[in-house]
Ligand binder design. Structure first.
Ligand code: C2E
Ligand code: CA
Ligand code: CA
Length: 753
């Protein structure tokens, strides 16, 4: 996956997750607020209902006592003995622990449930007593009961006789009864209630309450907050407060009970509230975790995917031996570079190691691999910024080089070859490595082609180098291209042309110098008669046929055509004439070579000594032993063998020593006008002399000037073939020419003695 694609992919996932998360968080906060609001009002309701329960319970007690106090007042009975039956009657229903009448001086006789009377109990210092004497109904704070070991509260109700408060009706009630009401958990399990007074001090503590004595201790309050709480308690206001208790968020609400300036104080830890909120928060955590896991998985999967893709890309784009880019990657990169960049002069190069096969065979394949690596390293070292290269196949490298002048490319090539020589692997070896290189230069924007097209052109240029000896780099040109196209066309048509007999025999007569320049024979030369292009000369197709091997069937075709013509000519009464047929050296490698030529000669009944085979020299063949063998066999079968184009190309004086040839054809180049005419003459004279001494006849070819004829005659040259006498002509024309001189002794005088 491409990195950009991946980035967008991650961005989308990230954004979706972010939206989802933001929405979740927002919704959570909103819900939390809503839940809290609901929780608070629910909590307040709970505290209020508890306040009502407590208040009702106390008020119930007070109502009973109020009734009794009224009765006592009306009956004007205050001594305990008279009161006891009334108390007992009331207590049967209410079970006050103790009841009695307390005088205005604060002492009273109290009677227990079981009827025991406690005399002169002193309440004078108790605030409930003082309050009740003041005409208010009052409840005492919680007392420890020495007899039962439990806790109790005293109720005090004023007893009025004839408009004067004469004392109070006092009744003790178990604090536990109040507690039973208080002990019911409020709001949730963590909530509890206490009764406090207007100072904030605890009056009754419920069973769930921690051992605290004062409202100030229920949480961590600031001065300000405490002041506010105290003020509210003083003024009988109710309130809801939030605070922290040992780091825990806590809520409390206090509400006046309407008795004694007491308050019901409800407290709950916030943690114990909102279970729905916890559920919700849990859900959010789960969703978020799931999302995180999902993102992580996506990340892992894409990572593996990216890794795999990178590996695949590496395999697809990398040269397995050298670790550098392969042609596919090079092509891709270069195409992208060319599409992006503004125009710069660019040379596309194709490089081949000339003798790599030999190197491999000489030093082994490991050394060969090492060489390929060194070469890659060399190209890398010599490359400038943005210059790309790769190995295409085996020992073929391609690349680009930016340049301003073509001479820079030549200099670069020379630098490469020079540096290559210094590579350690060759230092000990006396092996000279040759790089042959072809360039396609795009020096104008319109010359920029696709990578493959430029590759093909650089390769065409490089191919022309392979055949050359000295210069090992070449530039692509349009003429090179059209030559290639021509060659392709020729190759496409050659077989058909052979089948359709489009190859024609032309004959160029040869003149014997010793015989008044009379025609002594001729050389058969091929012409391609094309229906569209007319007569095509062999210079255009013979070199190609020598490369592609088609020369062998063509030579045989020419041989047969010549035999056919000669047979017909002689059958019609023509005097025997010697004809030379060109034979490419490639042909001698055919096993049936001698047999074929002999069979043709026999088939058309051509007498010995009339057919001459000119071995052309266009191919360099180092080893002459096969040719020598062939020449010996052919000579034995009545052929005359000659060496064509002597002095040009690859022939040397050594060949004369090795080969038993009868005729030597001096190359045309000797007769081309030049500044070195005098030197040429010396060489010609000496070759002719040497040939004579070896009993080899000399034919001078390409002679155009009469002076040259004179000179050759003086030298002792035997035969002249050239435009000075005749040009190559069709067979029938040649036949007409011969008929003009019917007495010429054409067949004689060429036997080697
Ligand atoms: P070559 O065998 O050396 O043939 C002589 C070439 O020199 C002929 O060219 C001929 O036309 C040309 N020539 C003769 N006299 C003169 C002259 O005074 N001045 C100049 N400038 N040229 C002269 P052509 O026919 O074009 O043949 C070219 C080459 O093609 C031949 O050179 C030969 O190597 C090859 N060739 C022609 N026919 C055959 C063939 O049937 N088989 C093979 N293997 N090669 C052939
Ligand atoms: Ca020839
Ligand atoms: Ca020749």
């Amino acid at each position: 996956m491409k990195t950009e694609k991946l980035k967008t992919y991650y961005l989308i996932i990230g954004m979706v997750c972010l939206c989802f998360l933001t929405a979740s968080v927002g919704f959570t906060f909103y819900s939390m607020e809503e839940y809290e609001k609901k929780d608070i009002s629910h909590f307040k309701e709970n505290v209020e209902s508890m306040r009502n329960s407590v208040s009702n319970m106390i008020k119930g007690n007070i109502e009973i006592l109020d009734g009794m106090a009224l009765t006592i007042g009306q009956m004007e009975i205050t001594d305990i003995e008279h009161l006891q039956p009334i108390i007992k009657k009331v207590n049967d229903r209410n079970a006050f622990l103790q009841m009695g009448f307390v005088d205005a001086d604060g002492t009273g006789d109290m009677v227990d449930l079981d009827g025991t009377i406690h005399r002169d109990v002193d309440f004078s210092d108790e605030s409930f007593f003082q309050k009740a004497m003041g005409g208010e109904t009052a409840i005492s704070n919680t007392f420890k009961d020495e007899y039962t070991n439990g806790y109790l509260n005293y109720y005090g109700v004023p007893v009025v006789i004839q408009g004067e408060t004469v004392g109070i009706l006092a009744a003790a009630d178990k604090t536990d009864r109040l507690r039973e009401v208080l002990d019911v958990p409020i709001f949730s399990k963590g909530g509890y209630a206490n009764v406090i007074d207007d100072q904030g001090a605890y009056v009754v503590r419920s069973i769930n309450s921690p051992a605290i004595e004062h409202i100030e201790d229920i949480g961590d309050f600031t001065e300000e907050e405490l002041k506010n709480i105290h003020r509210e308690l003083k003024e009988g206001e109710e309130d809801f407060i939030r605070f922290n208790k040992e780091g825990k968020k806590t809520w409390a609400a206090y509400m006046p009970l309407g008795i004694n300036d007491w308050y019901l104080l409800g407290i709950v830890s916030k943690d114990a509230t909102g279970s729905a909120y916890h559920l919700f928060a849990g859900m959010i955590i789960i969703v978020t975790s799931a999302m995180a896991i999902f993102i992580f998985l996506v990340y892992c999967i894409t990572r593996v995917q990216v890794k795999n893709e990178r590996e695949l890309e590496r395999l697809a784009y990398q040269d397995p031996l050298l670790g550098i880019n392969n042609y596919i990657k090079f092509n891709k990169d270069l195409s992208e570079t060319l599409a992006k960049e503004g125009f710069r002069k660019i040379a596309f190069w194709y490089c081949d190691i000339d003798n790599f096969k030999l190197f491999n065979e000489s030093f082994g394949y490991e050394a060969g691999d090492q060489l390929l690596k060194s070469l890659a390293q060399l190209f890398d070292e010599c490359a400038r910024k943005d210059e790309l290269f790769c190995r295409e196949t085996s020992d073929h490298y391609v690349g680009i080089r930016y340049y301003k002048e073509p001479s820079e490319l030549k200099a670069w090539y020379e630098e490469l070859t020079e540096r290559l020589e210094h590579y350690h692997i060759f230092k000990q070896q006396s092996f000279r490595l040759v790089l042959s290189m072809g360039f396609y230069c795009a020096d104008m924007p319109e010359h920029l082609l696709t990578v493959n097209e430029m590759y093909n052109r650089a390769r065409i240029a490089q191919k022309t180098v392979k055949e050359k000896k000295n210069i090992k780099y070449a530039f692509y040109s349009d003429s090179l291209h059209s030559q290639l196209l021509r060659e392709n066309e020729i190759e496409a048509n050659m077989n058909q042309a052979l089948c359709e007999h489009r190859f024609k025999v032309y004959v160029q007569p040869k003149a014997a110098l010793a015989d008044d320049n009379r025609i002594s024979g001729g050389e058969a030369l091929v012409r391609w008669a094309d229906p569209e292009k007319g007569m095509i000369s062999p210079g255009e197709f013979i070199p190609l046929f020598e490369k592609n091997g088609f020369i062998v069937p063509l030579d045989r075709y020419m041989m047969e055509s010549v035999c056919q013509w000669l047979h017909g000519y002689m059958a019609a009464g023509g005097r025997p004439i010697r004809l030379a047929v060109n034979v490419s050296r490639l042909g001698i490698f055919q096993e049936d070579f001698v047999d074929y030529y002999t069979n043709m000669k026999n088939q058309y009944q051509i007498p010995d000594g009339l057919l001459e085979l000119e071995f052309t020299e266009s191919l360099a063949i180092e080893d002459n032993s096969l040719l020598r063998q062939r020449i010996d066999e052919l000579t034995a079968r009545g052929f005359i063998c000659s060496l064509d184009d002597f002095g040009a190309g690859y022939s040397s004086l050594n060949t004369l020593k090795d080969l038993a040839i009868q005729v030597l054809k001096l190359d045309m180049l000797f007769f081309k006008r030049s500044d070195n005419d005098e030197k040429a003459k010396i060489i010609i004279a000496n070759i002719v002399r040497m040939a004579k001494q070896l009993h080899i006849r000399v034919v001078a070819e390409g002679v155009e000037e009469p002076e040259q004829v004179e000179f050759l005659k003086e030298c002792g040259c035997d035969i002249i073939q050239g435009y000075v006498f005749e040009r190559p002509m069709p067979c029938d024309e040649f036949e007409r020419l011969l008929s003009k001189d019917p007495h010429g002794d054409w067949g004689s005088g060429f036997k080697r003695t």
